[in-house]
Design a protein around this ligand. Structure first.
Ligand SMILES: [Zn+2]
Length: 327
């Protein structure tokens, strides 16, 4: 195997990761991406080239600025490392030994995903511009069917003109509208009921952009995966908060709900619930517990006993990477 090229992709990824850190930082502060040259964020000292080698400089400087000794955020080496690994894996999967246009689009999409994840975790915002670029990229990607997976073409007649479109492009537009629409609708409904902002606007933009890039079918996969990942990460945090704030109705309600669902699923698997009446009874129990939890959850949001928001954007992007690497 020619590991040289995978290693090469890793090194390019480390350098791009270093640039993505700058994009995140200056995107949030409103500075230009190109100027001024790299400087320490606490003492503003200009950095020499040897202070700027991805990953390596951080390790050599032991995470401290050479000039003022201030700690350097571990975000820098982490983003560089993650970008390096993602580039190497993408190259390994999609472009082994050949370079094609497909890999450039995928690397660009992955880079934007990394930027949006870090921005969301850092400041709990998604910058529209990042999502718009990904949307545009996705539309072009599918308009010319650069992935080349689905070569079906559709023919339309418009005022006597024959128009030929790749099917992938239709899926891309549907993914954009569907992805954006689903989350925008959920956001509007929860806002209408609770009179509070429960979802960030950015999440709808992210799913719209991912839908434009990966198509409507993958957008649904990404949505489902993200719900599981987000739920799995945030339910324990919420449970802890509810218990601490003595919101026992919610705490025990959700606990019962989870236990019932697990019992039902494992019981099904172990063939314990052979009786149909028993199955219907458990489904009824799950439904009523679910209703009970939702009612108290909405009540809790209305009362403003804050649900600390764990950003949902990174969960969506996790789904996107699963689609990129596993499908
Ligand atoms: Zn410094």
């Amino acid at each position: 195997m020619d590991w040289f090229w995978v290693l090469y992709a890793l090194i390019i990824g480390l350098c791009v990761g270093s640039f993505l850190n700058v994009v995140v930082l200056r995107g949030l502060s409103g500075e230009s991406i190109v100027l001024p040259p790299s400087h320490c964020t606490s003492c503003n000292h200009k950095l020499a080239w040897y202070d700027n080698i991805p990953l390596f400089s951080y390790l050599v400087l032991r995470g401290k600025c050479r000039y003022c000794g201030e700690k350097i955020s571990p975000q820098y080496p982490l983003v560089e490392f993650a970008t390096g690994i993602i580039f190497a894996l993408l190259y390994y999967k999609y472009s082994y030994a050949t370079i094609n246009l497909n890999i450039f689009f995928l690397l660009a999409a992955a880079s934007l995903c990394i930027v949006m994840t870090v921005t969301d975790i850092k400041e709990k915002v998604i910058l529209d511009v990042h999502a718009y670029i990904l949307m545009g990229l996705g539309l072009v990607y599918n308009m010319f069917n650069i992935a080349g997976i689905n070569n079906t073409k559709l023919i339309f007649w418009l005022y006597g003109h024959k128009i030929i479109i790749y099917q992938a492009f239709i899926y891309s537009i549907l993914g954009l509208i569907g992805g954006f629409g689903v989350l925008a609708a959920i956001r509007a409904i929860t806002k209408f009921i609770t009179k509070k902002e429960c979802f960030g606007e950015g999440d709808a933009y992210i799913l719209g952009a991912l839908g434009a890039f990966f198509g409507i079918a993958n957008a649904i996969v990404i949505l489902i995966l993200s719900i599981f990942v987000w739920g799995g990460l945030s339910i324990p945090v919420f449970m802890y908060k509810w218990f601490k704030n003595k919101e026992f109705k919610l705490f025990y309600g959700v606990l019962l709900f989870i236990i019932t669902v697990i019992l039902f699923l494992t019981g099904e698997y172990l063939n314990v619930f052979d009786s149909l009446i028993f199955q219907w009874f458990s489904l009824l129990l799950i439904a009523s517990l679910g209703f009970y939890c939702c009612r108290h959850l909405l009540g809790s949001i209305k009362n403003g006993s804050a649900l600390t928001v764990i950003p949902y954007g990174p969960a969506l992007i996790f789904g996107a990477f699963v689609v990129m690497f596993l499908l």
